[in-house]
Design a protein. Structure first.
Length: 293
């Protein structure tokens, strides 16, 4: 119900305003809300980020900026994910897919199509991540493949992120060699685009692969590289992931003291960042370490 109804209602309210200077004004409003929303999200205030991104969505629709509206649906979906409301996140992504399909049927100019394809690359890769986190790698792979197609059409800058997700899918499916190849390709793309967050994701993926193969030294080396980047970016959730990886790596090396230290730090960071799953994982790992002989 949400996708079609919400889109129809939004257009009914806002579309009459999308003319001339008013449209330009709405674009400025959308940008303003977007900047504020990003700042709120970086401070882990996802409730405020959600409200601001919803206002940005209204402004995009008022300006008849459909590609921009799809991007706002993406931002809103991320906010809902961080708030732990996956169904609401999925409904916003579904809305974006339906809007894109409607626009495709109506026909688009080349410039508009490029912007739409770029936005849809973000929507589909986020769908892939949600399904991957829900232990459904097969569906995640389908979404990631769609993301790759959208990105190639738009010549977008997300190729490194997409390759990272496809690498994670490969690992989830037990094909570690394929995962390593994809992580390596992703690292090249991310360094080329100077995307530090995705570069860190590539290193973390390499760490997970090495850890799965029992190579603790190589795993810790990769996790440390990821941690350095995530600390620079001040992304608490990712820092907690890196610290957890190091804790597992040291545990694999039977260095219990170091494992306990990093697991404790991961727990502290995860709680401070509001990263519930990370806090749970860190607590469970600490219990396992304490129970070890």
């Amino acid at each position: 119900m949400f996708p079609l109804m919400a889109y129809a209602m939004a257009l009914a309210v806002w579309a009459p305003m999308a003319t001339g200077a008013m449209a330009a004004s709405q674009e400025d409003e959308a940008l303003k809300y977007n900047v504020r929303g990003a700042a709120a999200a970086s401070g882990n205030n996802y409730t405020r980020a959600l409200r601001l991104h919803q206002l940005a969505l209204q402004a995009r629709l008022a300006a008849d900026d459909i590609a921009g509206a799809i991007m706002e649906f993406h931002n809103i979906a991320v906010d809902f994910m961080r708030l732990g409301n996956i169904p609401q996140a999925q409904s916003r992504l579904a809305a974006a897919v339906e809007i894109f399909e409607q626009e495709t049927k109506m026909g688009m100019g080349r410039e508009k199509e490029t912007a739409m394809q770029d936005a849809m690359a973000r929507i589909t890769i986020l769908n892939a991540i949600i399904n991957l986190d829900s232990a459904d790698p097969a569906t995640a792979e389908q979404w990631a493949t769609q993301a790759m197609e959208h990105c190639r059409k738009a010549k977008c800058a997300l190729m490194g992120r997409i390759l990272n997700v496809m690498g994670r899918v490969a690992v989830a499916q037990g094909t570690l060699d394929k995962g390593r190849t994809l992580a390596t390709e992703a690292l090249v793309e991310n360094k080329k685009s100077k995307d530090q967050e995705e570069t860190a994701n590539s290193f973390r993926l390499m760490g997970e692969i090495a850890e799965t193969e029992g190579d603790a030294e190589k795993a810790n080396e990769a996790y440390l590289l990821a941690l350095g980047l995530d600390r620079d970016l001040k992304i608490g959730r990712k820092i907690a992931m890196d610290l957890l990886g190091l804790a597992r790596g040291y545990r694999l090396q039977k260095e219990t003291g170091q494992a306990r230290l990093f697991a404790t730090r991961a727990l502290i960071v995860a709680n401070a960042a509001g990263y519930e799953n990370g806090a749970i994982a860190a607590s469970e790992l600490l219990q396992e370490i304490q129970a070890s002989p």
